[in-house]
Each structure stands twice: as structure tokens, then as C-alpha cells.
Design a protein around this ligand. Structure first.
Ligand SMILES: Cc1cc2nc3c(=O)[nH]c(=O)nc-3n(C[C@H](O)[C@H](O)[C@H](O)COP(=O)(O)OP(=O)(O)OC[C@H]3O[C@@H](n4cnc5c(N)ncnc54)[C@H](O)[C@@H]3O)c2cc1C
Length: 474
């Protein structure tokens, strides 16, 4: 055994762990990074990057069929699925050097490619190394959760860890789970020519406001994805040589659906099993490692960040957590997580994005709120682009401070940046109404929504007339 005594030992080289390790090295702090799989973690290899590359390919195919409205004859896209997956692979390969062992070693990080486990409260074992660090940061991420469906162990199924290495287009992909991952992959596969069925036990995209998800669901269904909501998968079995039969149950009774491939996208489970956390006195449950708002675990030497910390599971959250831990460990500055400022986006078409409180949460925590809406169809750029399906919905308090923003529509994932800044800086509708937005841009939709605050809260006819004018020309 080789004994290492760095200042910081990071476990997991994904979105969170890499950021901590890079920052520590930049400050000249001795740091060891332990990774058991591929550098870059889920986001680069099995998550955000390949899924967004596949979505981009699907979008390209879809655009070819959508020219009629612009006076351009629609063309049937000829999809070469193998080449599509080469594009996915090439996208990962283009980004991978940023996360590589070579790059991190050059930055001054000691990278150990082994699985880590705790020996005791201040020691981690990784292969032939015993690491006794001043502080540990657990950033081990999460894995696909496979629900205990009858027969699941006897059928071949795909998860996010295997679907991006398929080289043949699934003839009929059955997706178990209608959350963001399931719906993004369902729409992308449909656009690339697969028949697709999604089975969701509750409401599809159920973590977002139904007023907004309705836009995405309507479009996804109109493209031919069969989305079954409030439908439970009761059993799966093999059909023929490589197919699958999925038995489902809803209020009308039971039936079965035959497909060629099964994708399980039914949630995530934290990667804690191999860490032997109990030896280090680190409390955890099935949602993840328990952390304080400073991301400290029940062992004061140990922090946990990203997916494994049991909160919102996004790359930018892992990055945000990494920033907080760096503040605390390297700069000794106060650092508390503020979940309210964290945006998220689902990259279906149309996209759905949200930050802050939704209407229901705001009603619970505030006595009086305003809901401000503006539809995409009232935006000139959206008309020109023929992207008129969508809505922005703002939630403000009595004084007009922005509490939350939700957008469904084209570029929602880009537009939510603006609102994430507005909420983190505690801006109000007056700030939004007072800035100048270039015309014609879709971001103007938000400004228009903010201006409606004044019509909603005033009874003075002159003010209403001015606001009407501003809404038209402001
Ligand atoms: C299909 C899909 C699409 C997604 N799309 C998006 C998106 O568009 N935007 C977004 O923000 N998020 C997206 N996510 C979520 C995002 O991928 C995760 O939130 C993010 O990767 C979490 O980062 P992390 O650092 O916590 O964990 P990870 O990036 O998963 O890294 C954890 C690392 O720890 C390693 N590890 C685990 N246990 C050990 C051990 N005992 N010893 C050593 N190493 C270990 C793992 O091998 C892994 O490399 C998506 C996820 C999926 C599955």
C-alpha cells in the first residue's frame, strides 16, 4: 500500500469532482482524484452530451420535413443511424480532452483510476493506495434506477449507459418513464425514424408546471410518439429472438405492447453502494448522502456534492456545489446552497425551463402573488420563425419581485439564463421593464410579461393606456 496525504481527496471525476480538483490544483493545493470509470462521468459519457448530440441530429431530420410553412418543399430525411451515432461519439470525443487524465495530471492533480472506499473516518482505499486527506469530497454521481418490474431481469433492456452505443435504429422503442430523460430520448428517436411508445405511471414531465408541459406533450404526440400517462408497467417479457413485450395497466384495464427495444428511464439511484460509508460515519439513505446546506456530511471531514447529495440532479448543480465547496475549503468563505436560484431545462421540442418558485409553491409561501403570462404567438420573432407555440409564466410577490419563471417554447433553455440572473440578484418587474431588449428577439417575451404586472395592479386608466402602448412598442 502506498500512503498519500493530500490536502483534498476527490472521489468521482464527473461534473462535480473535476471542478473541485481543477480549482484545488489551480490554488496549488495538493489534490488526489479517484475515478473508477470514464473521466467526465455521466454528463460527458452517458448523459447531457450524447443526449444533446442525439437531439440535435433528430432536430436536423425534423427540420427537413417542416419547410412547407416557409414555402420550401418538405423532404423525407434519409437517416443513417450508424452515422448519427458516429456524430454522437465525435461530440463526446471533441469534449473528452478537457476532462482527461492527461489534462488533469498536467494541472497538478494526482489521478488514480480505481474504485474508492472508506476504510475509516479519515482514510480512503483506492487500489494500492491508502489516502489520508485533510478533507474528502464525494462526487460519485448516480446510476439508472431499474424498478422491480416482474420479468425485468430476463429481458435485454437499455439504459442511458447503453443506449448511446447502439448502432442500429430501434424499430419500436418502448420507454419506461416519462421524465425529462425519457421524453428527450423518445422524441429524438421518433425524429430519427423509430416508432416510440412512452409508458409513465404518473403524468409525463410531471415535475414541471402542467400549463407549460402541455405545449411539449402536444407537440411530441403530434410527431407520433405514443405517450401513455397514468399507466403502470406490470410485467416485461421476451418476444421472439430480440423483441420485448410490455404488459401495462391503466384505468381501462390491462394490455400488452410489443416493441423491439426497451429503454428504462425511470429515475436515478445515488452511487453510494461501493463507498462503505458506514465505516466513515457518513449518513445516507436511498436518496443519497445526507448533507447540510454547506454540503457537509455527518463526518466533518467529508463533503458530498452533485447527484450523490440527493438534491436536484443536473450538471450545473454539481458545478454549483463544487464552487461552494471550493469557497469553503480553499477560501474559507461562508458558502450555503440556495436551491431557489437553480434553473433547469428539458430539451424536448419545445423546450421547458424553470427557475425559482412555481405558482403552487409561491401560493404556499406568500400571501399575495401575481402571475404574469405572455404567449410566444404575440412575439414578432416567434411569428417570423413560425415558433409560436409556447408561453412564459412569471410569479412575483406583492411588490413585483420575481419569485419564479417558467418557459415552454423555442429556446426556453437559453432564455431561462436571464431569469436565473433576475432571481439570484432579486430583481423586480421594474428592473425588467426598464432595460432595452433588441428587436426582434424571443427574449422580449419576458419583458412583455413583466410589463403586464402594471396593468394587473393599477386601476388608473392613464397608466393602463401607457402600459398598453409600452406593450405594443416598448
Ligand atoms: C440521459 C441523461 C441526460 C442528462 N442531461 C442533462 C442535461 O442536459 N443537463 C444537465 O444539467 N444534466 C443532465 N443530466 C444529469 C447530469 O448528467 C448529472 O446531474 C451529472 O453528471 C452529475 O454530476 P456528478 O459529478 O454528480 O456525477 P457524475 O458526472 O456521474 O460523476 C460521478 C463519477 O464518479 C465515479 N464513481 C462512482 N463511484 C465511485 C467510486 N466508488 N470510486 C471512484 N469513482 C466512483 C463514476 O464512475 C463517475 O465517473 C443528464 C443525465 C442523463 C442520465
Amino acid at each position: 500500500m502506498t500512503l498519500l496525504t493530500p490536502d483534498i481527496c476527490v472521489i468521482g471525476a464527473g461534473s462535480g469532482g473535476l471542478s473541485v480538483a481543477a480549482a484545488a490544483a489551480a490554488f496549488g493545493v495538493p489534490v488526489v482524484l479517484v475515478e473508477r470509470g470514464k473521466m467526465g462521468g455521466d454528463c460527458l459519457n452517458y448523459g447531457c452530451v450524447p443526449s444533446k448530440a442525439l437531439i440535435a441530429a433528430g432536430k436536423q431530420a425534423h427540420l427537413m420535413q417542416g419547410g412547407a410553412a416557409f414555402g420550401i418543399a418538405p423532404a423525407e430525411a434519409e437517416v443513417n443511424f450508424r452515422q448519427v451515432m458516429k456524430h454522437v461519439e465525435a461530440t463526446i470525443a471533441a469534449i473528452a480532452p478537457n476532462d482527461s487524465v492527461e489534462r488533469f495530471t498536467a494541472l497538478g492533480v494526482q489521478v488514480i483510476q480505481e474504485e474508492a472506499r472508506f476504510k475509516d473516518g479519515r482514510t480512503v482505499i483506492a487500489g494500492d493506495y491508502e489516502i489520508r486527506a485533510r478533507r474528502f469530497v464525494i462526487a460519485t454521481g448516480s446510476s439508472p434506477l431499474v424498478p422491480p418490474i416482474q420479468g425485468v431481469d430476463d429481458v435485454p433492456y437499455l439504459t442511458n449507459e447503453t443506449i448511446f452505443s447502439q448502432t442500429r435504429r430501434p424499430a419500436h422503442l418502448i420507454v419506461v418513464g416519462g421524465g425529462p430523460i425519457g421524453m428527450e430520448l423518445a422524441q429524438a428517436h421518433r425524429r430519427l425514424g423509430s416508432e416510440v411508445t412512452v409508458v409513465e405511471a404518473l403524468a409525463a414531465l410531471g415535475k414541471d408546471d402542467p400549463e407549460l408541459t402541455a405545449f411539449a406533450l402536444r407537440n411530441i404526440r403530434s410527431e407520433g410518439v405514443n405517450v401513455l400517462e397514468h399507466t403502470k408497467v406490470t410485467q416485461v417479457e421476451k418476444r421472439g429472438r430480440s423483441g420485448v413485450r410490455v404488459h401495462v395497466e391503466d384505468t381501462d384495464g390491462t394490455r400488452s405492447i410489443d416493441g423491439s427495444h426497451l429503454l428504462i428511464a425511470a429515475g436515478r439511484t445515488p452511487n453510494t453502494a461501493s463507498l462503505e460509508l458506514d465505516r466513515a460515519g457518513i449518513q445516507h439513505d436511498r436518496r443519497g448522502i445526507k448533507v447540510s446546506d454547506k454540503l457537509r456530511t455527518s463526518n466533518r471531514r467529508v463533503y458530498a456534492i452533485g447527484d450523490v447529495a440527493g438534491g436536484l440532479q443536473f450538471t450545473h448543480v454539481a458545478g454549483y456545489h463544487a464552487g461552494l465547496v471550493i469557497r469553503a475549503l480553499l477560501l474559507r468563505l461562508p458558502a450555503r446552497e440556495d436551491r431557489n436560484i437553480i434553473p433547469w431545462a428539458t430539451y424536448t421540442d419545445p423546450e421547458i425551463a424553470h427557475v425559482g418558485l412555481n405558482e403552487e409553491e409561491a401560493r404556499k409561501s406568500h400571501r399575495k402573488i401575481s402571475i404574469l403570462r405572455w404567449p410566444y404567438c404575440e412575439n414578432d420573432r416567434a411569428q417570423a420563425e413560425r415558433k409560436t407555440e409556447g408561453l412564459i409564466k412569471l410569479v412575483t410577490d406583492r411588490k413585483g419581485r420575481i419569485l419564479g419563471a417558467s418557459i415552454a417554447g423555442a429556446n426556453a433553455g437559453e432564455m431561462i439564463n436571464f431569469w436565473a440572473l433576475a432571481i439570484s440578484r432579486k430583481l423586480g418587474v421594474r428592473d425588467i421593464a426598464g432595460y432595452v431588449s433588441p428587436y426582434p428577439t424571443m427574449t422580449e417575451i419576458g419583458k412583455r410579461a413583466a410589463i403586464t404586472y402594471f396593468t394587473e395592479t393599477t386601476r388608473k386608466p392613464l397608466v393602463r393606456a401607457v402600459v398598453r402602448f409600452l406593450r405594443r412598442f416598448g
